[in-house]
Design a protein around this ligand. Structure first.
Ligand SMILES: Cc1ncc(COP(=O)(O)O)c(C=O)c1O
Length: 435
């Protein structure tokens, strides 16, 4: 067990006032400092970094593009035509939605996609100055609203699954101040997946109240309970796009293709949204549609496009996936196998899964899962596991009202399952002594 002096020293040196409010990066830094000082290896469950090699087909295409000289040339802000075409095809192949290539726009990771979408959605109508988060969610997206100076509201969907979602959503949308709704599916941190009928509720209400839906597919098709990886064949990744025209999809290269380092993703706007003009945009920019403002005003001002070579990589990966030559989900299924083993160890030691069900079904095993320990708050649990060399983030930082932690499976090494078991044995022994 690591002494409290060493832990306190690391916290003080990092100028962290309240451990329970520590960001993901801060938890990483604390664990890193302790590891350096003690030589003890941590079981890192805090970072959502892909733990697998980048997809080879992407790396090859990117190297070739660089050899061909693309590094010296500014990319077109709208996106490489080849990538736009392949993104549109990929969406048809795996989501069964038709989005024109025009509306498929490369971005510097989904992060830039949400930032730009929040920005433009918030400028469409001055009365709509608030973003609605269906939580729990990815904490840095709230940080984006702070940077933008936008207001947000949020609710934890834990108590509002299924039909209950309708009244809850309507209680926000009926006020008329919501510009857009955001959620991730599969969910970070809970790894639950909103079901078809829940997406139908979101979509129909979005149309009724004229709100834009940002569907964050950072974990594209990674609900491993279903075989979502055969192009142009059901089952497909479920999407709100079946139920409303007011949507945009955020597709990230980071997790499905393990391509996080190159910061590449695609925002796919429905044709209707792309072509729609809004009074707020006309007033501010003198004209334009949602799509043209998004690209030629907002993205132009923010980064003037996306890394040229990374676009070649994503185009190649999407093409190979849609052609059926690259079974991209086979590689990332490793996260599901890890989750299964890790969950079994936690359950054996008296932990419980917090977000455990999708209505009538147990949640899938995947990139994240959530845990609680009876009698402890999430913040207490996070602090209590650090002395045993286990780091994770508290659900309180994710907009969740539940007490518990988010555990990420991506950094667990093969030798660490036994270690986790041993450390949790120590943890529970210590807990029982304290009681
Ligand atoms: C829900 C969610 N959205 C977006 C992102 C960021 O994706 P990208 O790396 O494409 O910016 C993440 C990354 O962890 C995420 O969990």
């Amino acid at each position: 067990m690591i002494s409290s002096d060493i832990i306190q020293k690391a916290i003080t040196e990092l100028h962290i006032k309240d451990l329970s409010k520590a960001t993901i990066r801060e938890v990483v830094a604390i664990a890193g400092k302790i590891e350096k000082q003690t030589g003890l290896e941590f079981i890192h469950m805090e970072m959502g970094v892909p733990g697998l090699p980048a997809a080879e087909v992407g790396v090859k295409a990117e190297i070739q593009a660089l050899k061909n000289g693309v590094a010296s040339i500014y990319p077109i802000i709208d996106g490489l035509p080849e990538l736009k075409k392949e993104a549109s095809r990929f969406i048809k192949a795996f989501v069964d939605l038709s989005v024109s290539p025009e509306g498929c726009v490369p971005v510097v990771g989904s992060m830039q996609g949400t930032f730009t979408s929040f920005l433009v959605a918030g400028q469409c109508d001055e009365k709509r100055d608030t973003i609605l988060f269906i939580d729990p969610g990815f904490p840095v997206q709230k940080q984006q609203t702070v940077v933008l100076g936008y207001k947000y509201e949020s609710f934890d969907v834990y108590e509002f699954r299924g039909d209950k979602l309708k009244d809850k959503l309507e209680s926000y949308l009926s006020k008329g101040n919501i510009s857009c709704i955001i959620y991730s599916n599969p969910n970070n941190p809970g790894w639950f997946c909103l079901k078809e009928k829940e997406l139908q509720i979101i979509g129909e209400l979005a149309t009724q109240y004229d709100v834009i839906v940002l569907e964050d597919l950072a974990y594209f098709a990674m609900d491993f309970r279903k075989e979502l990886g055969t192009p142009f064949q059901p089952p497909f990744q479920v999407s709100v796009g079946k139920y409303t025209d007011n949507y945009l999809l955020l597709i990230s290269g980071s997790k499905a293709f393990s391509y996080a380092g190159q910061r590449i993703g695609v925002v796919a706007m429905s044709d209707q949204l792309y072509n729609r003009s809004y009074p707020g945009l006309t007033q501010r920019y003198g004209g334009g549609t949602f799509g043209s403002v998004f690209i030629h005003r907002a993205l132009y001002a923010i980064s003037s496009g996306t890394s040229h070579s990374a676009q070649y990589a994503l185009a190649a990966m999407m093409k190979a996936a849609s052609d059926g030559d690259f079974r991209f989900l086979e590689d990332v299924k490793e996260y599901g196998r890890r989750a299964q083993k890790m969950k079994a160890i936690f359950l054996k030691h008296g932990f419980e899964i917090v977000y455990d069900r999708d209505l009538d079904e147990a949640i899938a095993d995947g990139f994240y899962f959530t845990i609680r320990y009876p009698g402890m708050s999430g913040d207490e649990l996070m602090a209590a596991l650090i002395p045993f060399g286990i780091s994770a983030i508290s659900l309180s930082t994710t907009g969740s009202n539940q007490e518990g932690l988010r555990a990420c499976t991506s950094f667990i090494k093969d030798n660490q399952y036994d270690l986790l078991d041993e450390r949790l044995t120590e943890f529970t022994r210590h807990r029982n002594l304290c009681l």
